[in-house]
Design a protein around this ligand. Sequence first.
Ligand code: XMP
Length: 507
Amino acid sequence: MQEKIIILDFGSQTTQLIGRRVRELDTYCEIVPYNKFPYGDETVKGVILSGSPFSVYDEKAFKADLSQIRGKYPLLGICYGAQFIAYTNGGKVEPANTREYGRAHLTSFCQDNVLFKGVKENSQVWMSHGDTITAIPDNFKTIASTDKVAIGAYQIQDEQVWGVQFHPEVYHTEDGTQILKNFVVDICGCKQDWSPASFIESTVAELKEQLGNDKVVLALSGGVDSSVVAVLLNKAIGKNLTCVFVDHGLLRKNEFSNVLKDYECLGLNVIGVNASERFYKELIGVADPEKKRKIIGKGFIDVFDEEAHKLADVKWLAQGTIYPDIIESLSITGTVIKSHHNVGGLPEKMNLKLCEPLRLLFKDEVRRVGRELGMPEHLITRHPFPGPGLGVRILGDITPDKVRILQDADDIFIQGLRDWGLYDKVWQAGVILLPVQSVGVMGDERTYENAVALRAVTSTDAMTADWAHLPYEFLGKISNDIINKVKGVNRVTYDISSKPPATIEWE
Ligand code: XMP
């Protein structure tokens, strides 16, 4: 059985990061709402309490019952987690004089405490709280101080309970990974045996058991998540999986045929459906971004549903849902506040059981699993691409001619990024066709043609993004190539907006 660490979520923005850090230690973990501890799960090896937006003395503060957890498992409280343990045992937590945001240094710590094994003197830690522990109960021992707070960390004497007021999970805490490793490996005794290979082995076995001889249908998008699901399921149930890849006419240049070939090479049972004409027809004259999204989304569901109905006896719909989708869709009280369906509306419409084998993986883990499955690197490192595709990169109404212009310009940009070794340095890139014509001159002729904007951003999760500082020489070459080779474009601009306040896409 796969051993695990449980992270009790009190609502901090960094809870997911704790999960990622633990997984990076090749240790499986699950994030659960603070009041949903999986009592009776024999595979739990230790428990981490996250931070929280609340103060412990706040009326609305989340309170966990630790009576059946403390003493049974090693426990590490982080920030609010540490304050909660101290406060509920008779310690004092008060608003800090100076709010403790940002950098601090471990001025002293117990070298012989296992939590600090391998930690450097004066190591930088990251604080982010408006409260601080000012007094701890008698049976608590201070084991670290920072230049800002005296009780930087504590341990309850003769117990496997620790609290740290800083955040070991954030990158700015220099020895944060070491501290988490000390907890997870040395204290909880985890074997660090969670790996892509072990995930594949156990997931394939579970899928075989769960699905038996049932038939499964999956919508492929060309993106890494749905592609990895397809290869995993293919390994588990082979031809009982049917994949449907829909061309809505708004994919990149030649993407439909290229990706279809990739899928066929991977041995997948895949049906490619070219539905471009149908989408173009429904989009005639529609300029409003949300209306375009709705039409494309609904069209996609209809086409997929028609294809699925042609297959006999399908019982399951597989989706490439990943862990951040699930975590975001759970409120802290454990009720669903946002549906996480990748293809919004599909499960409701189709009345099929859902199969989501990646639901507990982070994005970087999905990529590692894909590599372990032997998938080609270009499928694994592919940039994110929006479901409505070029439909939200043609500002205003969509025509086949505009799609052709944008596909040609986008192809030059993306191929250029690859040729210049820049593709993997940016999170996402593409070209936007602007609803703007401008005057130009080509040879002896005056032109009045379209303007496009190049967009390339760096990011780690698409929540925030910076415009990519691409070399001028590269931008100059791309601009030249687009204007010379793409009929209908006579002006190229580069978008230098960051998110926030701008977004990655223009619509
Ligand atoms: P924004 O533009 O909100 O985009 O900064 C964040 C990420 O989401 C992608 N995106 C979409 N993906 N359907 C999708 O499947 C959509 O309607 C959609 N809109 C934006 C965007 O490409 C970026 O990766």
